[in-house]
Design a protein around this ligand. Structure first.
Ligand SMILES: Nc1ncnc2c1ncn2[C@@H]1O[C@H](COP(=O)(O)OP(=O)(O)OP(=O)(O)O)[C@@H](O)[C@H]1O
Length: 262
């Protein structure tokens, strides 16, 4: 039975320089305001994220974390520089193409779960695919539900779930379309510490085992510890970028979850 990313998915492990680059920022600049109110939110930021990496973006308030996340995700436009998702330059895209990229190739998780109260967990998870007239890939869907441990909650409405379970449903919704990368902005901000730790552990495992890529903004050093790369911003610049080697096999691969996936 494979017990590490290496054996389950050769070349797709977390901090693996040989993995393909899924997100790349080149010399991103973003300035808000003019005159005395002028703020340089991003000051020539370059960053390449490999498949399977779980990246924490950290830094003091106002250092540019959200601006960077929004530019990487095509939710905001840099004043200068380029963003590539799986090698495709977002700058060359029309609004319609950008919308399609966000819908079909990216996943989003925010502090607020944003689940629709009248839908069951499963209906919430599948809603983005339904709107895109896509069907879930069954093996991937099963792996996501299994990894998140919400198989017995799928028929419940959000009001019948704990906060931690609701966030897991929101994560499943972000993952179900098998996005190139998931962007998460303080995903544990509304959770108690035990639920937060559990969610982070699950995200880490999905990156290691399923080759998912996650870029997460967080203020929380504990949350960052679950990741395998910590990018630190200050005054719109990267002032630290630590790729952490995690011992292989720390997160055992759930064999059933990985069968037939990738
Ligand atoms: N729409 C905007 N208009 C004007 N200034 C902005 C705007 N958005 C961000 N800024 C400024 O750009 C800088 C970077 O903001 P950003 O939200 O990216 O920082 P952050 O690191 O995410 O902060 P926080 O941790 O407080 O959320 C800040 O000085 C902020 O005030």
């Amino acid at each position: 039975m494979p017990t590490s990313t290496e054996s389950a998915y050769p070349g797709l492990s977390g901090a693996d320089a040989a993995s393909p680059t899924v997100v790349e920022a080149r010399m991103l600049c973003k300035v808000y305001g003019t005159g005395g109110a002028r703020v340089t939110a991003l000051d020539h930021v370059s960053l390449a994220v490999s498949r399977g990496q779980f990246v924490a973006v950290m830094g003091p308030s106002g250092s540019g974390k959200s601006t960077l996340l929004h530019c990487l995700a095509g939710l905001d436009t840099p004043d200068a520089g380029s963003v590539f998702i799986a090698g495709e330059d977002l700058a060359g895209m029309s609004d319609r193409q950008l919308t399609a990229v966000r819908r079909d190739r990216l996943g989003f998780v925010f502090q607020a779960f944003n689940l629709l109260p009248q839908l069951t967990a499963e209906e919430n998870i599948l809603l983005p695919l339904r709107l895109a007239h896509r069907k879930p890939e069954q093996d991937w869907y099963d792996a996501v539900i299994d990894s998140l441990g919400i198989g017995d909650r799928l028929g419940h409405r959000p009001s019948e779930l704990s906060g931690g379970q609701q966030q897991r449903v929101a994560v499943a919704r972000a993952l179900v379309g098998r996005p190139e990368v998931v962007f998460a902005d303080e995903p544990t901000g509304a959770l108690d510490s035990a639920s937060a730790a559990s969610l982070l552990e699950t995200l880490a495992r999905m990156c290691e085992v399923l080759g998912q890529t996650v870029v997460m903004v967080t203020h929380d050093e504990n949350a960052a510890e679950a990741t395998n790369r910590i990018v630190r911003l200050r005054d719109g610049r990267i002032v630290g970028d630590d790729v952490l080697a995690r011992p292989t096999g720390q997160h055992a691969a759930p064999a059933a979850a990985v069968q037939g996936v990738r």
